[in-house]
Design a protein around this ligand. Structure first.
Ligand SMILES: Cc1ncc(COP(=O)(O)O)c(C=O)c1O
Length: 415
């Protein structure tokens, strides 16, 4: 359903009996434990904060807004490193047939592992954050790394990847072209692809990447318990290829079954491949093409990950698309908190879910969506600030210089 007065669009999913086979297979409960056990061994690992925004939630009429703040995750400014590092760990474990009892971060760094592995070049395409995480993890483990980026990737993002010793190549076209090219070149040069998106015959690594993300969710559950909250009632998650969103909904559906939080997936309107797949509604993932021209660089993906789609089609309650100014508004709200709420640094892809939530709570035209999602004073809404200031120039352009303003007809009328 869409509302022509609004720039946001949505599709509500009707679920009868949900088929959770894919979610169960990819996200059994013990996977989050395993992934967290691994991440805990990495020097510099800390649980990322779960921040409450009580004044903002009161202003917009929900019971609580909780932000899992990934801006400082292992100094990489984004949750993405959780997936890449766990995938490298599992890749080496499988390659060398190392039993669980023997696996540790320290063992991965050992001469024994290095000698048995020989020289491996890890490779990936990225729209920024994933490549940075892979470069970081490969450098830590002492392996070369090649990252392909698309032509529109900002220099700051490229420099950040290079700073971890990776070779970066710029590919003509968009993110999906970079993914295709790295597959071709890896076959040619014998590189090992560590991709967060999946394709026919390439599923093990993307599964490990999604599993790695569950560390963040296991942390959040512990943090909710400490606050006396059993679970969020709602989770808003931003999506590019859908791997993060699948990890979130897969995790919660395994943990809580029919009581899982209501899940809303948010995409940029110019790169809305999951929304489009839900619209076609034949059970298959569908691509959108074009320049994928959005300020939400991390979400500028035109092809869903088929593995992620298998989980999402059964577990998502609403697919929502928003224009760029909604993400910019989310960034500004995080950066100028109401008195008593914490200050949060959030990049374009990180802030879009707050922008979407506020739009849904505030715009008259979104009332039907708000009601269908049962967003009210009893709701405890989890948002993931999936990145901090990953592109400082763009960040200042939006926060200081006011680029991507909210159009006048969407200004708030509240006091
Ligand atoms: C900051 C940020 N948030 C969210 C996402 C979305 O992740 P996915 O592509 O798994 O949907 C990305 C992907 O790169 C990202 O960089």
């Amino acid at each position: 359903m869409t509302d022509t007065e609004l720039d946001i669009a949505w599709i509500l999913r009707e679920h009868g009996e949900r088929d959770l086979a894919a979610a169960r297979e990819m996200f059994p409960i013990e996977v989050a434990r395993k992934s967290r056990k691994f991440h805990r061994q990495i020097p510099g690992y800390r649980t990322s904060p779960l921040l409450a925004l009580p004044h903002l939630s009161a202003m917009f009429g929900v019971g609580g807004i909780w932000v899992k703040d990934e801006a400082s995750r292992m100094e990489l400014n984004s949750f993405k490193v959780l997936g890449g590092s766990f995938a490298l760990y599992r890749f080496i474990q499988e390659r060398l047939g190392i039993p669980d009892e023997k696996m540790s971060y320290e063992y991965l760094l050992s001469k024994e592992v290095k000698d048995r592995l020989g020289s491996i070049t890890f490779a990936s395409a990225t729209d920024g954050n994933h490549g940075r995480g892979i470069a970081w993890a490969a450098q830590k483990l002492g392996h070369p790394c090649v990252i392909y980026v698309h032509a529109e990737t900002s220099r700051r993002r490229i420099d950040a990847i290079r700073s971890y010793g990776a070779t970066v190549k710029i590919i003509d076209g968009n993110y999906d072209d970079a993914v295709r090219q790295i597959a071709v070149d890896s076959a040619k040069y014998g590189w090992e692809i560590i991709s967060d998106t999946s394709w026919d015959g390439y599923t093990a690594v993307p599964t490990w990447i999604m599993q790695g993300y569950t560390t963040m969710l296991a942390e959040a559950q512990e943090q909710f318990s400490a606050q006396g909250v059993v679970k969020p009632t709602h989770v808003f998650v931003q999506a590019g290829v859908g791997a993060l969103a699948a990890a979130v909904t897969g995790y919660y559906h395994n943990l809580f079954g029919a009581d899982a939080p209501i899940c809303v997936v948010v995409e940029p309107d110019r790169a809305a491949c999951l929304f489009h797949s839900a619209k076609v509604d034949d059970g298959e993932p569908h691509s959108v093409g074009g320049a994928l021209d959005t300020i939400m660089a991390g979400l500028a993906c035109g092809e869903p990950s088929p593995l992620a789609w298998d989980v999402l089609k059964e577990t998502v309650d609403a697919f929502v698309t928003v224009p760029d100014y909604v993400a910019a508004k989310g960034m500004r709200i995080y950066a100028t908190p109401l008195k008593g709420d914490p200050f949060i640094v959030s990049g374009e892809s990180g802030a879009v879910t707050l922008g979407a939530l506020v739009t849904i709570m505030q715009e008259k035209g979104a009332k039907a969506l708000k009601e269908a999602l049962r967003l009210d004073e009893d709701s405890q809404v989890l948002l993931i600030n999936s990145e901090g200031n990953t592109d400082p120039v763009q960040f200042r352009r939006i926060i200081w210089e006011g680029s991507n303003p909210v159009p006048r007809q969407h200004w708030s009328e509240r006091d």
